[in-house]
Ligand binder design. Structure first.
Ligand SMILES: Cc1cc2nc3c(=O)[nH]c(=O)nc-3n(C[C@H](O)[C@H](O)[C@H](O)COP(=O)(O)O)c2cc1C
Length: 444
């Protein structure tokens, strides 16, 4: 039997993938958008809906970055509301382990798991930067090298809280008047360098016991954290070569932690453009890329590497002849991208060589390097590509990020999903009621 593909839908958020300027784009914040999107994902029998998180609005050159959509409503509130209008779709929320507390996060996830009948998942991210931290009571207190240490103990602590109820404590025997059959229900005590808490956890055991755990960091430490503790990884490696390298690296780490290869799913983020034919899709993809990278967006991307105000430059002209500024202080604040550009001088050199060889303007270079769609083609091509990638262990499935909110998922659901089902590599109905069951993961 071929490997079964997992599919999920990322509600597009604050980055240039989302084309808010397209006439087909709707609100990214009204509940009706979330409902339409979630119901499309469930119609397609997707495993789950995914929400990313940003805890501070991005800024660049001292102003709010408003070339992309701005604003992100609270994850738990949105997912809880979606639980009421969906039945089988998993609900995955990205929640930071740096700025929150285990007790509050555990009760929010346990509550979401109850309200959704066992469909909650937590993407544990470890953002630490002082800029984001200014919004929180602890400020930017956490040194970068301690973020995974805190994440690890944070997760362990929440597991202790989830496990503080076994699930059989509530007797609620009306005849005898006994509600609780175990006076110790929910009792916990945890002490380590980050958390020293004890008491009673106040949410009885939820349908999944523990939410499904995702991880999204890409460093060595992040990969080890995933291999030791996560059920799935949200990665950015959606091409065949990069996907296979990441897949074998991370799956190879599992044995160190006494786990088997099927205990951790690798689910890269992926974008797509579908047309009636491959040629039409290629043309559409070209248009989408130009929508995603306006001249102004191209300059802002370049500033993230050059780390200086480049607004006086012409996006249709050549790259600046000045070098990037190397400094701890970045003109772009609150964007993961900044951390991806670890060696700006090397990137600038590489980009200069590429622009010169191909005769690219700033905008053309940014379109080329920053905005590739993962899957472009007719429905048959896209279905065959995804099937091949999953069968050749570049991934266990994909978390799809459409470029239009909220209708962007429809072409995939209506035209690609049926072809995957015909190939016998994607479900025609949900196997179980909980997300853990649908992902094929063991109960915890
Ligand atoms: C694909 C991917 C998606 C991520 N999504 C988020 C997010 O939505 N919110 C967030 O605060 N951090 C996000 N992160 C950041 C990670 O949690 C982590 O803080 C960052 O990647 C640095 O860790 P690393 O050095 O292990 O990569 C994401 C990272 C990756 C690779």
């Amino acid at each position: 039997m071929p490997k079964q593909i997992h599919l999920a839908a990322h509600f597009p958020g604050v980055n240039n993938t989302t084309v808010w300027s397209d006439p087909a784009a709707g609100s990214h914040i009204e509940f009706s958008s979330f409902v339409r999107f979630a119901q499309a994902a469930e119609r397609g029998k997707f495993d789950f809906l995914f929400l990313a998180e940003g805890l501070r609005l991005r800024e660049q050159n001292g102003a709010i970055y408003d070339l992309d959509v701005v604003g992100r409503p609270d994850t738990f509130t949105v997912l809880t509301a979606l639980a009421a209008v969906t039945e089988r779709l998993g609900l995955t929320g990205t929640i930071n382990s740096t700025f929150n507390e285990p007790y509050e996060v555990a009760r929010q996830f346990a509550t979401l798991d109850h309200l959704s009948g066992g469909r909650a998942a937590w993407n544990v991210v470890t953002s630490w930067d002082a800029f984001t931290g200014e919004n929180f009571r602890r400020g930017g207190f956490l040194p970068q090298d301690q973020r995974y240490e805190r994440a690890r103990t944070f997760l362990e602590t929440t597991h202790e809280l989830f496990d503080s109820w076994r699930g059989d404590e509530i007797v609620a025997d009306q005849a005898s008047g006994v509600f609780l059959g175990d006076a110790d229900a929910g009792r916990f005590a945890h002490s380590d360098a980050h958390f020293d808490i004890s008491g009673r956890f106040d949410v009885p055991r939820s349908p999944q016991g523990r939410p499904v755990i995702f991880q999204a960091g890409d460093s060595d430490e992040g990969r080890d954290f995933a291999a030791s503790s996560a059920d799935a990884i949200f990665s950015r490696h959606s091409t065949k070569e990069a996907g296979q390298a990441f897949y074998s690296d991370v799956k190879g780490r599992l044995s160190t932690f006494g786990r088997s290869r099927d205990e951790l799913l690798i689910l890269p983020a992926a974008t797509f453009v579908i047309g009636d034919t491959d040629a039409e899709a290629a043309e559409l993809a070209h248009e989408v890329r130009r929508q995603q990278v306006s001249g102004q967006t191209a300059l802002r991307f370049l500033e993230q590497v050059w780390n200086r105000d480049l607004s006086a430059y012409d996006p249709d002209g050549p790259l600046p002849d000045v070098d990037p500024v190397i400094s701890e202080d970045h003109v772009a604040k609150g964007r993961a991208q900044v951390r991806m550009h670890r060696d700006p001088l090397a990137i600038a050199k590489q980009w200069r060589e590429l622009a010169e060889a191909k005769g690219y303007s700033i905008r053309e270079l940014m379109i080329e390097t920053q905005s590739r769609q993962s899957f472009i083609g007719s429905p048959a091509t896209v279905a065959a590509t995804i099937d091949d990638l999953v069968q050749s262990d570049a991934a266990d499935g994909y978390i799809l990020v459409p470029h239009i909110t909220p209708g962007g998922l429809d072409p995939f659901v209506d035209r690609v999903v049926p072809l995957l089902q015909e190939r016998g590599v994607f479900r025609t109905d949900y196997e179980g009621t909980t997300l853990r069951e649908n992902l094929g993961l063991a109960a915890r």
